[in-house]
Unconditional design. Structure first.
Length: 230
C-alpha cells in the first residue's frame, strides 16, 4: 500500500498519484469525496484524470448526501474501472447497523461473488435500511437543515480568532487551531460537555473536527469557544 499525501488545502495530488501508480504498478486506487476529516470535494477534472489510469478506482461517497455537488454513482455506467461506495451510516443515521452498498461495473460482480461471505446483511439493518428508504424525503429534509447549520457554523467559526476553519461538503468542519494546543482545546470543550475530534499527525497538525449539530448545539459550542478565547 502506498499513501499519497494531499496538497495545500487538502486537494488530491493527481500528479503524485499518477507517478506513484506508475512506479508501484498499483491495481487499486482509493479516494474519498467528500473527504473525511477535511470535508473537501474531489473535482470532476481530477477524477476524470484518475479514471484514465490503469487502476480500479474506488470512490468512497460516505458523506455525499451533504455535498452541494451530485454523486458520481452514475459515472459507473460510463467507466469500467469505477466503483462507488455508499453507506447508511451518515445521512440515514444508522451507524452501527453496518449497512452500505457498492455500485460496481458488471464485470466486477463475478469477482466479488467468489469471496462474498455466506451470511447476508443482518435483519435489524435490513429493517432499518428499508425504513430509511421509505422515509427518504424526511432524511433529505434533515440533511438540508444540517447543510444550513453548516453554513452558519462556518461563518461563526471564521470569527473565532484561534480557529482556521476549512469549507466542508460533509456534516463536520475541520479547523486548524492557531497558537494554542488543539489537544488542550478538545479537553477544555470536553469539560463543558462538548465532544470534538482532535487530530495531530502529518498533514493534520493541531486540528479539531466539529460535527454539525442542531442550532442549540451550535449555540452552546460558540458560547464555550467564546469563554475559552482569553
Ligand atoms: C463513516 C464512513 C464510512 C462508512 O462507514 P460504515 O459505518 O462502515 O458504513 C466510509 N468512509 C468514510 C470516510 C466514513 O467516514
Amino acid at each position: 500500500m502506498v499513501e499519497v499525501g494531499r496538497t495545500e488545502g487538502f486537494a488530491v495530488d493527481v500528479d503524485e498519484i499518477e507517478r506513484a501508480v506508475g512506479e508501484v504498478r498499483a491495481k487499486l486506487l482509493f479516494l474519498t469525496s467528500p473527504n473525511n476529516p477535511t470535508g473537501n470535494w474531489l473535482p470532476d477534472e481530477a477524477l476524470r484524470r484518475l479514471l484514465k489510469l490503469p487502476v480500479l478506482v474506488v470512490l468512497d461517497e460516505a458523506y455525499v448526501e451533504f455535498a452541494d455537488h451530485p454523486s458520481r454513482a452514475n459515472w459507473v455506467l460510463a467507466h469500467e474501472n469505477l466503483v462507488v461506495l455508499r453507506t447508511f451510516s451518515k445521512a440515514a443515521g444508522i451507524a452501527g447497523l453496518r449497512l452500505g452498498y457498492g455500485i460496481c461495473p458488471e464485470w466486477l460482480m463475478a469477482v466479488l461473488w467468489k469471496f462474498k461471505q455466506p451470511y447476508n446483511v443482518n435483519v435489524a439493518a435490513t429493517v432499518a435500511g428499508l425504513a430509511s428508504l421509505r422515509h427518504v424525503d424526511q432524511i433529505y429534509a434533515v440533511v438540508a437543515k444540517i447543510k444550513g447549520e453548516r453554513r452558519r457554523l462556518l461563518a461563526a467559526l471564521q470569527q473565532v480568532p484561534y480557529l482556521k476553519p476549512y469549507e466542508s461538503q460533509a456534516n463536520f468542519i475541520l479547523c486548524g487551531v492557531v497558537d494554542r494546543s488543539a489537544k488542550e482545546l478538545k479537553l477544555a470543550l470536553e469539560r463543558q460537555g462538548i465532544l470534538v475530534r482532535h487530530y495531530n499527525k502529518p498533514g493534520l497538525e493541531n486540528c479539531i473536527r466539529i460535527s454539525v449539530g442542531r442550532p442549540e448545539q451550535t449555540d452552546r459550542l460558540l458560547q464555550a469557544l467564546a469563554t475559552l478565547a482569553g
